[in-house]
Design a binder for this molecule. Structure first.
Ligand SMILES: Cc1ncc(COP(=O)(O)O)c(C=O)c1O
Length: 358
C-alpha cells in the first residue's frame, strides 16, 4: 500500500469544537452539520465524535443512510428534504426529519398515505433567494403542513443566513427581523444560525443552531483563522517526500516549467497532488511544513505529485512528512491563496487519501 497522502482527523478537536459551539450558542440545541462527508472529514467517524450534538444535519439521503447503517440513532435532518416522492418511504425508514422548502414537497406530504409521522422544518426564504418560501406565506403553509396526516406535531421553522460571515453587513439583521416577523404567531421551534451566526450574531441563536465549518476548527470569516476564534483544527493533510534532488541553476521544474531555479536548489517531490484534492490553484511559493519548517511549492501541482523548494531545510530526506494544511498551517490561509474558501478545500479531499483517526 502506498497511499502516502493521509488526512489525520483529530476527534478530540471535533469534541472541543462542539463544546465551543455549545458555549457560544447560549443554550440553543446543536444540529451538527455533517453533510458532504462531514466537510471531507468522514461522515461516520465525525458523527461518532460529535455524538454529543442534539441532531445531525445532512444534505443527501445517502448521508442519512450512512448514519443509520453505522448504528447511530440520533435525530437526522435532511436539509433539503426529499427530491422526489419515491424517496419518502426511504426517509421514513431512516426516521429522518424533513425540511420542506417548496410547494412540490408540501404536496408530496399532503398526498403521503404511509404510516410514518415526519417531524418537518418549514424553510422560509428571508433574502438568500435559494431555497424556501416567501415570509408572507409562512403562516398559511405552516397550517397546511400541520394538517398533514404524515406530519408529527407543529412544524418547526428555519431560515438560512446569506451573509453572516460579513460581520458588519446589516443584511443579517434584516434576515433575522424578517424571520421573526413572519413566524411571530407560530409555535414551532426555530433555527437560523450557521457557524457565523453562532459566533457573531447572538440574535440568530433561537432554539437550534446549525454549525458546520466551526466544528471542523475552521473560521467562517475571511481573514480570521479558526485558532484565533478558539477552535482547534481537525484535519491535518499530509504526505511524504518520495524523492529529493538538486536542480542546477536555470533548471525548470514541473509541467510548463513555470518555476526556474535561480541557483542550484534542492527540490523535494512529495506524493500528493490535485488527484488527492490538493488544488492546482495553489501556485509556487505556497507554504508546506517539513520537519517543522516552511518549504514552498516550486512549479505546478501535478495529479499525484508536488515539487518543493527545500533550500531552507537542508536536512530534509526521502520519507519525511510533508504537511499541506492543519495545525500550524491553517487551511484558511491556503484557501485564500487558491482564491476559494476552506469549505471547498476540505470537501475536495478525495477518496484516495487515507483517513486516520486520532
Ligand atoms: C442550511 C444550512 N445550515 C447550516 C449550514 C452550516 O454552515 P456553516 O458550515 O457555515 O456553519 C449549511 C452549510 O452550508 C447549510 O446549508
Amino acid at each position: 500500500m502506498n497511499r502516502a497522502a493521509r488526512a489525520t482527523i483529530d476527534t478530540s478537536a471535533l469534541r472541543a469544537n462542539l463544546n465551543a459551539a455549545k458555549e457560544a450558542s447560549g443554550g440553543a440545541r446543536i444540529m451538527a452539520v455533517i453533510k458532504a462527508n462531514a466537510y471531507g472529514h468522514g461522515i461516520v467517524p465525525a458523527a461518532r465524535a460529535l455524538s454529543g450534538a442534539d441532531a445531525f444535519a445532512v444534505a443527501r439521503m445517502e448521508e442519512a443512510a450512512a448514519i443509520r447503517e453505522a448504528g447511530m440513532e440520533q435525530v437526522v435532518i435532511l436539509l433539503e428534504g426529499v427530491f422526489h416522492a419515491e424517496q419518502i418511504p426511504q426517509a421514513a425508514s431512516l426516521d429522518a426529519e424533513l425540511v420542506v422548502h417548496s410547494h412540490e414537497q408540501l404536496e408530496m406530504l399532503e398526498q403521503y398515505s404511509g404510516s410514518h409521522r415526519f417531524r418537518v422544518w418549514l424553510k422560509i426564504d428571508t433574502g438568500m433567494n435559494r431555497l424556501g418560501f416567501p415570509p408572507e406565506d409562512a403562516v398559511e403553509l405552516e397550517r397546511r403542513l400541520a394538517a398533514c396526516a404524515g406530519v408529527a406535531g407543529r412544524p418547526r421553522l428555519m431560515t438560512h443566513l446569506a451573509s453572516a460571515d460579513l460581520q458588519t453587513d446589516p443584511f443579517t439583521t434584516d434576515q433575522i427581523r424578517r424571520f421573526r416577523e413572519a413566524t411571530a404567531e407560530l409555535k414551532g421551534e426555530r433555527s437560523i444560525a450557521n457557524s457565523a451566526g453562532v459566533l457573531a450574531w447572538p440574535d440568530s441563536h433561537s432554539d437550534w443552531v446549525r454549525p458546520g465549518i466551526m466544528l471542523y476548527g475552521v473560521s467562517p470569516f475571511e481573514g480570521r483563522s479558526g485558532e484565533g476564534l478558539g477552535l482547534r483544527p481537525v484535519m491535518t493533510l499530509a504526505s511524504e517526500l518520495i524523492a529529493v534532488k538538486t536542480v542546477p541553476a536555470g533548471g525548470r521544474v514541473g509541467y510548463g516549467g513555470v518555476w526556474t531555479a535561480s541557483r542550484d536548489t534542492r527540490i523535494g517531490v512529495a506524493a500528493i497532488g490535485y488527484g488527492d484534492g490538493y488544488t492546482r490553484h495553489l501556485g509556487s511559493g505556497t507554504p508546506v511544513l517539513v520537519r517543522g519548517k516552511t518549504a514552498t511549492l516550486a512549479g505546478r501541482i501535478s495529479m499525484d505529485l508536488i515539487t518543493l523548494n527545500l533550500e531552507e531545510i537542508p536536512d530534509a530526506r526521502v520519507g519525511d512528512e510533508v504537511i499541506l494544511w492543519g495545525t500550524g498551517l491553517p487551511v484558511e490561509n491556503l484557501a485564500r491563496k487558491a482564491g476559494t474558501i476552506p469549505y471547498e478545500l476540505l470537501c475536495g479531499v478525495t477518496q484516495r487519501v487515507a483517513m486516520r483517526l486520532v
